[in-house]
Design a protein around this ligand. Structure first.
Ligand code: LMR
Length: 306
């Protein structure tokens, strides 16, 4: 049996490597009876059509970023996009490995999706053709964003104009000057060669990028119990592996970026971070109005419990 797993990033990223680990585990444990075929780099489906492809059964498993669930009817997932909500990976983990994370995954059943778990990429930074360290630096910038209302609101609060584009179109849009900048973890920035078209990367660490592993429900429930267990276990191990390597993948990409000397790297000082945090606060109220205070309170409590 062939199981198609499609994603939009490069192979040499936390998600790309976790997908490969899943493939290898399934191959060896099923003795080749089950075969996972990985389509990386939006080769099969991209941001515009991958969710629909999954719902139609044209692909069995996806790993979209958590930011991409809002537009298909799950705005609560945009909690993960709130700027400066998480101080570190452990604070993310208190949501993804806790009851709130489970509640979010269960909601996906409403659209015939099975949420199987979470995978980290890491923290996002701002890139452009000048430093982006404090709100004034964003004024008038056209910033590429994922299709997330929260991320768009964050850019607007900073004075920039958000432009929603598919991940696979982003580098070209930066090269052509259709957009001036974007936000990404370093692993995506480096593997998409954005450093060739962006002169400045500011290590703002203002937000988190992670993924949910989701399967088509008909496919998943139609599996014999043994195969379902095998796939669930392999995916669980692949996610643990991905979460273990995400930091090193991002560190490796940053080291490569420094070596390439193609992009200037900046670090905001404490006063700049404080101003950025203050400026984006209205984004929290906007999301609370859309999804209710309860979700925000639970997310804050979990994220800050450590
Ligand atoms: C993006 O669109 O920037 C990210 O969601 C890409 C990814 O999957 O890491």
């Amino acid at each position: 049996m062939i199981i198609r797993l499609s994603h939009v990033v490069a192979e040499d990223t936390p998600k790309g490597l976790a997908a490969r680990r899943f493939q290898a585990l399934v191959q060896s444990r099923s003795g080749g009876r089950l075969e996972v075929v990985v389509f990386a780099g939006a080769r099969l489906y991209g941001d515009h059509d991958e969710m629909q492809a999954l719902q139609l059964g044209a692909v069995e498993i996806l790993a979209p970023s958590l930011s991409k669930f809002g537009r298909i009817g799950f705005p609560e997932f945009e909690l993960f996009d709130l700027p400066y909500l998480f101080s570190d990976a452990a604070s993310v983990r208190r949501i993804t490995q806790g009851p709130l994370g489970q509640r979010l995954l269960q909601r996906l059943q409403r659209q015939q999706l099975v949420g199987l778990g979470y995978l980290d990429n890491g923290f996002k930074h701002m890139s452009g053709n000048h430093p982006l360290l404090q709100p004034e630096h964003f004024v008038g910038m056209r910033m590429r964003v994922q299709a997330s209302t929260v991320i768009a609101a964050q850019m607007r609060a900073l004075g920039a104009r958000p432009v929603t584009l598919a991940f696979s179109e982003t580098r070209r849009a930066l090269a052509l000057g259709v957009v001036d900048g974007t936000e990404n973890p370093v692993s995506n920035f480096w593997t998409q060669r954005m450093h060739e078209v962006q002169s400045d990367l500011s290590l703002s660490q203002h937000g988190y990028l992670g993924y949910a592993l989701v399967a088509n429900q008909r496919f998943w429930l139609g599996l014999p119990q043994d195969d379902r267990d095998l796939l669930r276990d392999a995916l669980g191990e692949a996610m643990v592996f991905g979460n273990q390597i995400s930091d090193t993948q991002n560190d490796k990409a940053l080291a490569a970026l420094r070596d390439s000397a193609s992009t200037r790297i900046h670090v905001p000082d404490a006063a700049q971070v404080a101003r950025m945090r203050r400026t984006v606060q209205p984004v929290y109220d906007g999301l609370a109005k859309r999804i209710g205070e309860g979700w925000l309170r639970d997310a804050r409590n979990a994220a800050q419990a450590g």
